[in-house]
Write a protein that binds this ligand. Structure first.
Ligand code: ZN
Length: 72
């Protein structure tokens, strides 16, 4: 586009770059719109597990055994 400065009467050309990337989410992996690669379930399989996270490795805080018989 051409911008004319009224003070200096000089015109200059400004390049207007339209970044569709900011507006449209497009996954290069799936080649579909709607999500970006950061959210891609294919690239990041762990994202789909967010609802089914089980605390598989729960810390068993119970220390069993070892009865210290300190009879004297
Ligand atoms: Zn994807």
């Amino acid at each position: 586009m051409e911008i004319i400065n009224e003070h200096t009467k000089e015109s200059r050309l400004e390049h207007v770059k339209i970044q569709y990337d900011m507006l449209t989410r497009y996954c290069m992996k799936c080649k579909v719109q709607g999500h970006v690669e950061e959210e891609c379930r294919v690239l990041h399989p762990e994202l789909k597990l967010e609802n089914t996270i089980e605390n598989y490795a729960k810390d068993n805080d119970k220390k069993t055994g070892e009865n210290n018989n300190n009879d004297n």
